[in-house]
Design a protein around this ligand. Structure first.
Ligand SMILES: N[C@@H](CCC(=O)N[C@@H](CS)C(=O)NCC(=O)O)C(=O)O
Length: 213
């Protein structure tokens, strides 16, 4: 087994993708060093070709992209698999991560949340036009997720998987903003899912302070 203390994650703790990698490390019980640096900082640019966070260093390994980082963590360290090893379970996990990264995150985080926290307005106030434009598209996403976690309380099978590591941070932020919170409040499964998993040690230990609004 590799020397765990050498592993280092770089990125701001508020990033949902950075948080995902930290949840994965917590689930595997891996000790690591966390270096809070912004996108495009020298440490990040040295690894990620587009300067995005998170990035990882572990001995002579350097990696970028949260999914790749988490796959490495899952395979490199002992403990319960985060990506189910069976063909179907593993594929379902990949399916959910893919849909989170290509549909859910782009709408809920890059458009809706960015409209609140990174509006680009001189006074930092929310970009109402941007927010209002995405609201009609959001209920479908929450409905899909509510149905998905309704049966077992997890996205895949009966266990907390890497797919949940990707989803929980996004839902945390959605529970803090008014319109998304109202949409989530109507969905019992999703609310129970979030409140259960926010109590997991891996999640609680890495929950970031909210960005200033
Ligand atoms: N596909 C990347 C996305 C990472 C990402 O978008 N990180 C954001 C912070 S949440 C970032 O670094 N943004 C800065 C930028 O896009 O320049 C991954 O999964 O790691």
């Amino acid at each position: 087994m590799a020397e765990t203390l050498e592993l280092e994650i770089f990125g701001v703790p508020q990033s949902n993708y950075v948080w995902t990698t930290r949840i994965a490390l917590g689930e595997k019980g891996v000790a690591y060093k966390f270096t809070p640096v912004r996108p495009h900082s020298p440490e990040v640019d040295a690894i990620h070709p587009f300067g995005k966070i998170p990035v990882l260093r572990h001995s002579d390994v350097a990696l970028y992209e949260s999914k790749a980082i988490c796959t490495y963590i899952d395979r490199q360290f002992e403990g319960k698999p985060l990506i189910p090893r069976g063909a179907y379970g593993g594929a379902l996990c990949e399916q959910w991560i893919s849909v989170i990264n290509t549909e859910i995150d782009p709408l809920l985080m890059r458009q809706y949340l960015v409209g609140y926290f990174f509006s680009g307005k001189p006074d930092g106030s929310p970009d109402r036009a941007k927010i209002d434009a995405v609201l009609p598209k959001m209920p479908k996403h929450f409905e899909l997720l509510d149905r998905a976690v309704g049966k077992t309380g997890f996205l895949v099978g009966d266990n907390f998987s890497l797919a949940d590591c990707f989803l929980v941070p996004i839902l945390f932020y959605m529970s803090k903003l008014p319109e998304s919170k109202a949409m989530m409040d109507k969905r019992r499964n999703l609310n129970a899912y979030l409140s259960n998993h926010l109590k997991r040690k891996s999640v609680a230990d890495s929950t970031p302070p909210l960005p200033a609004r």
